[in-house]
Design a protein around this ligand. Structure first.
Ligand SMILES: Nc1nc2c(ncn2[C@@H]2O[C@H](COP(=O)(O)OP(=O)(O)OP(=O)(O)O)[C@@H](O)[C@H]2O)c(=O)[nH]1
Ligand SMILES: [Mg+2]
Length: 431
């Protein structure tokens, strides 16, 4: 699908906007650019103000146009950017002009696909770009940018280079005299393989945190009926999303909302209060509460009085503290959704728990489902190399080589079309 025809797309958001950016990529766009800016000569990477006219000489719009000469462009091909007024009618007219000039509208992710095939990006960079375009919070932005700017690629490349070297040495043990090889090479490659295994295993322990940054941190409010879960939910979300009433069993379904706490995206859920339900709908609601609890990264358990046992993994909240005299237990948080007391403390407790889970993610690679699966495959190949070789360097070399190939798949150096297709189809038009 990597043919070299000229493609274009709206790179800015659709709909009415102040400025729209239309991006064009192709093999040789110099002539097209001259027509756009109405000049015989131009410089690359220079902004030209132009009265952009169609072939009949009718004015389309006043635009700014920039030419990025291959290979110094996003795709590695010649790229033109037209900054026009962001009116749908203007954009249609420019699209018309480009179609008549022989260009076609780009498919989803086609710009990035070209960048990938022209070695401008590897697949982990594309993963980073996808995550950056989706970023809603500051932590998501930071983690995506690290991946996009090649931070992760360096780590993967180092691992892969080491695996290729180890595999080559273990193959050489079979073919060469021990005197011709570095001293103790057999011990060295085994040790290096073990170190690699350890390092990669450690990086995957980061998956849960990585996923929480990308998809949001799941926090669920649970407790008996009428303790004030929905009131707390509304206070944290900052609006009256959930119905509050003094009737026990008000909330029957899961109500969720996304909020930003300390730069992290949080999916906060309010649930049906737990009690012996009498009717079918409430029973289903309570079943959903249990399911939500199983999927949660953090549970906030709400009571109205001190429970007999406190679960260390949860945040224990005693709500309606305005009605309480004794508020002395240090292991719980006393709140009042009525007066607002205790909410700063509750937010701080949530932040502390989130930081515990995210611990150290800043310096590690970003792992998505695709990379997680491939890293596990790598781990199992390295394990096989270590456990199964038993003096047989043929088998050892083969397993380490396969581990290196799997890392190659993460980077897209070794790629099947399915992997590339799945990745690029997640991008939007114009990227
Ligand atoms: N005095 C006092 N009343 C509160 C407080 N928080 C909630 N309430 C009241 O307690 C009642 C129940 O509140 P909800 O937020 O609906 O409780 P819930 O836990 O969501 O209840 P279910 O959805 O039935 O499980 C309502 O009348 C609230 O106004 C509080 O901190 N102090
Ligand atoms: Mg409720």
């Amino acid at each position: 699908m990597n043919n070299n025809d000229t493609i274009f797309a709206l790179s800015s958001a659709t709909g009415k906007s102040g400025v729209a950016v239309i991006r064009i990529s192709g093999n040789d766009l110099a002539e097209l650019f001259k027509r756009i800016i109405n000049k015989h000569e131009f410089e690359s990477r220079h902004a030209y103000f132009t009265n952009f006219r169609d072939d009949n000489g009718d004015l389309i719009d006043q635009c700014v146009a920039i030419f990025f000469m291959s290979p110094n462009s996003f795709t590695g091909e010649d790229v033109i950017e037209i900054h026009s007024h962001g009116a749908p009618a203007v954009i249609d007219k420019i699209f018309d002009f480009l179609r008549k000039s022989g260009a076609r509208i780009a498919e989803r992710g086609e710009f990035s696909r070209r960048a990938f095939y022209n070695n401008k990006m590897d697949l982990t960079d594309v993963d980073g770009l996808i995550a950056l375009l989706d970023a809603q919070t500051d932590k998501q932005r930071q983690s995506a940018l690290r991946s996009l700017t090649g931070g992760d690629s360096i780590m993967y490349k180092n691992w892969r280079d080491k695996m290729i070297e180890i595999s080559a040495y273990s193959a050489a043990i079979l073919d060469y005299d021990a005197d011709d090889l570095p001293k103790d090479i057999d011990k060295k490659i085994l040790l290096e393989t073990k170190n690699l295994l350890k390092e990669i295993k450690e990086s995957t322990s980061n998956y849960r945190a990585s996923r929480a940054i990308q998809n949001g941190f799941n926090i669920v409010l649970i407790g008996e009926t009428n303790v004030g879960k929905s009131s707390i939910f509304n206070k944290l979300v900052g609006s009256n999303r959930a119905i509050v009433s003094d009737i026990a069993g008000t909330t029957r379904d899961v109500v969720s909302s996304q909020i930003d706490i300390d730069g992290y995206l949080v999916n906060l859920s309010d649930t049906a209060g737990i009690r012996e339900a009498t009717d079918t709908i409430e029973k289903i609601g309570i079943e959903r509460t249990h399911e939500e609890t199983r999927n949660a990264d953090l549970v906030i358990h709400v009571y109205n009085e001190l429970p007999k046992t406190i679960n260390e993994n949860e945040i224990t909240v005693i709500n309606k503290s305005d009605l309480l005299k004794d508020k002395s237990n240090k292991n719980v948080i006393y709140t009042s959704a009525k007066t607002g007391v205790g909410f700063d403390e509750l937010l701080n407790a949530i932040k502390t728990k989130m930081h515990e889970l995210m611990g150290g993610t800043e310096s590690k690679i970003t792992i998505n489902e695709r990379t997680y699966e491939l890293l596990n495959e790598t781990i199992s190949e390295l394990r096989n190399a270590i456990n199964k070789y038993n003096g047989n360097y043929d088998i050892f070399a083969e397993h380490v080589r396969r581990a290196g190939d799997t890392i190659g798949k993460i980077l897209g150096v070794i790629t099947t079309n399915e992997i590339a297709d799945a990745t690029f189809s997640r991008l939007c038009l114009g990227k």
